[in-house]
Design a protein around this ligand. Structure first.
Ligand code: FUL
Length: 526
């Protein structure tokens, strides 16, 4: 009946005008201007190698780059379901039951900040229609609850705490509303929904992300709604052009599963197959293509390989966001207090989401007090501790490094500094490259972390890591895509010299970071 979460897909995204060109210096002092756009158009009959080069030149829009760099975000599912002990409310809930006894937004934000998260997304309204802010559009909200005498505003307090602690604030606003009487009466509800969006985008300061769920069921009158997505995007672009529109939106896609793991091969550049209207192709409006958005299933294992690019009409930057809950449910249930994911499990999730070219959106549902439960807090602290112990020291930071080739100004040392704006690259067009790292003394490690300089595009299709053993190179680990960040874990190994081989790249690879790490030995992380 209800599409649980229809992943969304764009016909085309255009933010060209807003993005300055990136000037890249290449060998022999030549200068090349890479078109800094988050999409590229494909000509009918265009040759495959030209399509592949174009794919390598599609880059994130500034808001997409900012979002990707923040890496780790917190999701907060809170509302009437917290008090009814349900996952989906039906819209008939009495607002009087929303009454957290010790609500503390600063506690939420302090805990997620300590865990290393950079953004918070709050369910301002879930499918039951209850609003966590005093919307002028309905009485089905905090203003009809006893909490703070009906004068409370969860969204306001959370947004203020985010500002105080320097955390990006975002909201989830469910288009599916099982309470609102106008739902199903399409033009009327679309107007209602846009007004609610407007309230949230106008009254609470900067918004980092708007999260649209794909669920679309029946409303209280049994009718289904036709969502006017394009008009929702226009509202967001007009009021908060820096906000990232995720999931049923054009800026970031749902990874396709709720296990917390991304794909081994995770491309941020995806093909578009629909014909591109002439006026769309010719438009210079950075958001013109938001108008053409077709929800599509993006759960396939392969979304962006060369085979998938064949036959595309355009290519777009459409990266993955990986959402998962710290507990079995999205909302708080006391019965799940014993099922909070352990720090070790959270580490696996972290490494297979952020470590697979994705952003991790970890749900931490506040309890009936309106606080993060002690068990969840403990797991998050445990995670932070393991992350710090594991990734605190790059064992290769002071290594000597040699490359098979380097473009002027982009030598291999750049992959060992902490500067995300410097990178190593080879002369233009080279599809293979190697880098040799001498740690000066044997060191033990069990993690490899690589980052591409994605501001110039995602390029690497295959790589391997070798270690020197008795004077010969021995294969240790291999991977396909890198993207913003790739983490490989393997059993601890000791070596003095390692070699990274980029076996296949869409054009010359650009790597901004290389790291070798050792996870804490058992017991050390406690
Ligand atoms: C789903 C919703 O139906 C769930 O309740 C939850 O909000 C999840 C993040 O998205 O589609």
């Amino acid at each position: 009946m209800i599409s649980k979460k229809a992943a969304s897909f764009f016909v085309l995204i255009a933010t060209a005008a807003a993005v300055p060109a990136i000037i890249i210096w290449l060998g022999r002092e030549q200068k090349k201007t890479v078109p800094a756009r988050n999409y590229a158009l494909i000509e009918p009959g265009e040759a495959m190698n030209s399509i592949v080069r174009k794919a390598a030149g599609v880059v994130p829009a500034p808001r997409q780059w900012a979002w990707q760099s923040r890496e780790f975000a917190a999701f907060f599912h809170f509302g009437v379901n917290t008090f009814t002990d349900r996952e989906w409310g039906d819209g008939t809930e009495d607002p009087g039951m929303f009454n957290p006894t010790d609500f503390d937004a600063r506690q939420w934000v302090w805990i997620i900040k300590s865990a290393g998260m950079k953004t918070l997304i709050l369910t301002a309204k879930h499918h039951d229609g209850f609003c966590l802010w005093p919307s002028a559009e309905t009485t089905h909200s905090v203003k009809s609850s006893p909490w703070r005498g009906g004068k409370g505003d969860v969204v306001g307090e959370v947004a203020a705490a985010c500002r105080e602690f320097g955390i990006g604030f975002g909201f989830y606003l469910s288009p599916w509303d099982r309470h609102e009487p106008s739902y199903g009466d399409s033009p009327r509800y679309n107007e209602h929904f846009r007004r609610q969006l407007r309230e949230l985008l106008t009254n609470y300061g900067p918004v980092a992300e708007v999260w649209f769920d794909g669920a679309c069921g029946e409303g209280p009158n049994g009718k289904r709604q036709e969502y006017d997505w394009a008009s929702y995007y226009r509202t967001i672009r007009e009021i908060q052009p820096e906000a990232l529109v995720a999931i049923m939106g054009p800026d970031a896609r749902w990874v396709g599963r709720e296990s917390g793991t991304g794909r081994e091969t995770e491309w941020s550049v995806l093909p578009v197959r629909t014909p591109i209207p002439v006026e769309v192709a010719a438009s210079t409006d950075p958001f013109a293509m938001d108008a053409v958005f077709v929800p599509r299933d993006l759960t396939d294992v392969d979304l962006g390989s060369r085979e998938k690019l064949a036959g595309a009409t355009a290519l777009i930057w459409y990266p993955a966001e990986t959402d998962v809950s710290i507990r079995p449910g999205w909302f708080y249930h006391a019965s799940q207090d014993g099922e909070v994911k352990s720090p070790e499990r959270l580490l696996e999730i972290y490494e297979s989401s952020i470590g697979r070219n994705g952003v991790l959106l970890l749900n931490i549902p506040p309890d009936k007090r309106g606080r993060i439960h002690e068990n969840d807090e403990k797991s998050l602290r445990g995670l932070r501790r393991i992350l710090d112990l594991t990734y605190g020291t790059n064992l290769a930071a002071a290594a000597a490094v040699r490359a098979s080739g380097a473009a002027a100004g982009h030598g291999p040392k750049n992959i060992l500094d902490d500067d995300p704006d410097t990178f190593w690259t080879t002369p233009e067009g080279g599809e293979k490259a190697e880098i040799e790292i001498d740690l000066s003394a044997p060191a033990e490690f069990d993690r490899l972390v690589l980052q591409e300089y994605i501001r110039a595009g995602q390029r690497v299709e295959g790589f391997s890591l070798d270690i020197e053993d008795g004077g010969a190179w021995k294969p240790l680990a291999r991977g396909t895509t890198i993207g913003f960040k790739r983490i490989l874990r393997f059993p601890p190994v000791s070596a003095r010299k390692v070699r990274l081989v980029v076996e296949k790249s869409r054009t010359n690879p650009m790597l901004s970071s290389f790291g070798l790490y050792r996870s804490p030995v058992k017991g050390e992380a406690r």
